[in-house]
Write a protein that binds this ligand. Sequence first.
Ligand code: PHE
Length: 330
Amino acid sequence: MLDDVIEKLKKEFIDKLKEIKDEPSLLNLKGEFIGRKRGKVKDLFKELGKAEPQERGRLGQAINSLKTFIEKSLSEKEKEIKSKKVKTDSEDYTYPGFRIERGRKHLLQQVMDDVMDIFLKMGYHIETGPEVETDYFNFTALNIPEEHPARDEHDTFYLDYEKGKDKYLLRTHTSPVQIRTMLKKKPPLKIIVPGKVFRKDEPDDTHSPVFHQLEGLVVGEGISFADLKGTLITFLKALFGDDIQVRFRPSFFPFTEPSAEVDVLLKGEWLEILGCGMVDPAVFSEVGIDSEKYTGFAFGLGIDRITMVKYRVKSLRYFYDNDLRFLRQF
Ligand code: PHE
């Protein structure tokens, strides 16, 4: 008799489970059949006392296995309901889309790319070097003597690290890559070096402890100052337009001789944007290049400076503040 009741209850459960579509009704069904205090399965166990003593063991097992069956079915149903829920949420094709903001190159990178493009078209190759340099590459090999003011703690970020005789520092210009390249490759050379450089400057409208340079180096037979001038004037016209007025001013760098600084005329004002000169024979001899046979020129452009001039930006700080209201204009 109890066998029939067990069988009937199982059928009843299966039928009811089929109708279940959401979590609340699933919980109700759970309570109805295997609730702790009441519940149809619990009631069955109570019936057990009325059965023949020799039948109790078998019937008890039958009720237990019904209970396990119900528990398993309920938890499978629960999983099914939950997975459906996630699916329907994520597949609502009528939901308005999210707008993904597209980034853009920082203005300084745009100008760096434009400048590199011009030189690449003139046949230059790109070289790079480390931002952490030794004082040998940054100063000594470039003919910058011990007592030169640029080496002062005041101007240079020295690292708390020494190896052998080498002091380590954040490079103060891209010129050390001239040395690295000449040690690695034989002339003729025609290279540009884009990169970050560092100086211990208080930030203000025209100074920043980090800024950007593009170095240039040409080494070959019969390279003259006229080549240097022609190259830089061609470059400046390509960047600023044919009407730009350019001025070469005599200057001094320990690694070039003669040396010059170049200004451009904008709105009646001469603005300095680069340093340059013929490679000093002392530098050639340091890297083992025969200065009887080869000559060369080098230049270093201030990318931040050029960007300020070209886009009429009044302060360097705008480049580093990361204010989107500024950056989005370009
Ligand atoms: N390295 C120099 C500077 O940072 C610029 C320069 C480069 C000058 C190459 C001459 C030749 O001021």
